[in-house]
Design a protein. Structure first.
Length: 220
């Protein structure tokens, strides 16, 4: 039995606050709400493209919509139209509004669906009379990176028969130093991508870089 005031009890009393303090001072990770840069979201690496998109990102309200094989066309159209909907008049009077830009992005295999979504959205925008029914479109082609499992290939075994005997000699192909170095690592493959920018007002940076399509001259 330990006597009161023994060194063991004093040691526990001294260690306990220290342990609690260390547990209390562990930093709690905070999720970042910062949106990635537009050029990074679109996998753009060209210096001219990066410069143009950074300018657009700073002066416009940009919303990126990814289009994949399972995307529902009508649902994406609704998202684009909601993004490009004019702000309430009260908001317009109270502050300077940024130009809203909807960006549809897809791999080459899903580009057909992307174009269908854009065409339907443009048709709906052209019906709106309050905002003049005008739309502006810009198209950028880029390249994404995809990891593909490296094909290890099956070991090549050749069977050599000598005469009518049953003896077999197995030969295994030797791997080169490069093949041994990259063994097990995924292969990086470039995937062509398309980005389509749709907005209600002309954006000069996009126009200079990608050209411009619009119905401004034909809208009623």
């Amino acid at each position: 039995m330990t006597a009161p005031g023994s060194p063991r009890q004093e040691t526990r009393a001294m260690d306990s606050p220290t342990k609690r303090k260390r547990a209390d001072t562990v930093p709690i990770p905070v999720a970042s709400n910062k949106r990635p840069r537009l050029d990074a979201s679109l996998n753009i690496s060209s210096a001219e493209d990066v410069k143009a998109l950074q300018a657009v990102d700073s002066k416009c309200e940009v919303h990126v919509h990814s289009v994949i094989s399972s995307s529902k066309i009508q649902k994406k159209v609704s998202s684009v139209l909601r993004c490009l909907a004019p702000p309430p008049k009260s908001d317009v009077a109270s502050a300077i509004q940024k130009t809203r830009v909807a960006v549809l992005r897809a791999k080459a295999s899903d580009a057909g669906k992307l174009i269908s979504i854009a065409e339907i959205a443009k048709r709906e925008l052209a019906k709106e009379k309050d905002d003049g029914g005008v739309w502006f479109q810009y198209i950028s082609l880029g390249e994404g990176i995809k990891e593909v499992p490296r094909d290890e290939g099956s070991t090549v075994i050749e069977e050599t028969r000598l005469g009518d005997g049953d003896d077999k000699d197995d030969f295994e192909t030797m791997k080169t130093p490069f093949e041994r170095a990259v063994e097990g690592r995924p292969r990086l493959r470039g995937i062509p991508t398309m980005s389509l920018f749709l907005c209600r007002a002309s954006v000069e940076e996009l126009k200079r870089r990608y050209g411009e399509q619009t119905n401004a001259g034909t809208a009623a």
